[in-house]
Ligand binder design. Structure first.
Ligand code: SF4
Length: 238
């Protein structure tokens, strides 16, 4: 049976923004509210990502093979990486330390070297993108180490961000050294999130974190809770 996951890349990034938002993502995802602007941004991101994927016509799309059966992605990915001489995978799945990540594009050379590409419809690097790459690098490096114990000579050789150059082209930059340097911090953070998710709901007041780096989808819920709490305060005579 496929191993279950507790966290995903998106949940990890959400937790870095606000631990209460992570808690809601896991236990109350129906409280999320995404406005039309956010949906439009998601769609533009997917369109840009698909344009980049089209530069690998031989790519195998795991999402077309497995759909929403998320826990099957790591096994299928390991099977394809282990069997083929050279292969390109889209949405390749890796699982380690209860965290599931799906890499946008993974190219494996015939020598077993993996180049991973994270595609962002952005004109510049942002701090949150480095966190995005760091969690993927942590999971992928450790997953490959497990596969090597079964005799598969697989190594992570680059981890690139793919940006929009503003004129329909791509800028590709390798961040593997930065991501590797951040791995011990990622391991510690994953442990903190795991403990948090087995504890009662954390108490967090609304603040600057609600819009940075992304607008939080739980703002309506938190606003209504804070309005209710302030209207329930006892009244004192002046
Ligand atoms: S709205 Fe703000 S306080 Fe509430 S979960 Fe989101 S980031 Fe946290």
């Amino acid at each position: 049976m496929a191993k279950k996951h507790l966290l995903t890349k998106s949940k990890y990034i959400r937790g870095l923004q606000c631990v209460k938002a992570l808690y809601y993502d896991v236990y109350h995802p129906r409280w999320a509210h995404f406005d039309a602007e956010t949906f439009a941004r998601f769609q533009k991101g997917r369109d840009f990502e698909n344009t980049y994927k089209a530069t690998f016509p031989q790519g195998i799309a795991l999402n077309q093979l497995l759909g929403h059966q998320m826990d099957l992605y790591p096994g299928k990915t390991a099977e394809l990486l282990s069997q083929s001489d050279e292969v390109v995978l889209f949405e390749a799945g890796f699982l380690y330390d209860d965290v599931l990540v799906l890499a946008d594009v993974v190219h494996k050379s015939s020598e077993g070297n993996l180049s991973v590409f994270e595609v962002k419809n952005s004109r510049m690097a942002k701090k949150v993108f480095l966190s995005d790459i760091a969690i993927q690098c942590y999971v992928i490096e450790n997953s490959l180490a497990v596969l090597r114990t079964y005799g598969h000579a697989l190594h992570l050789s680059s981890f690139s961000l793919v940006y929009n150059d503003g004129s329909g082209g791509f800028v590709v930059e390798d961040y593997l050294p930065d991501a590797t340097a951040a791995m011990s911090d990622v391991a510690r953070q994953v442990g903190c999130f795991r403990n948090l998710l087995y504890a009662p709901e954390p108490s967090v007041r609304m603040g600057v974190q609600c819009d940075s780096p992304y607008p939080c989808p739980y703002k309506l819920h938190c606003q209504s809770c804070e309005t209710f709490q302030s209207s329930s305060l006892p009244l004192f005579e002046q």
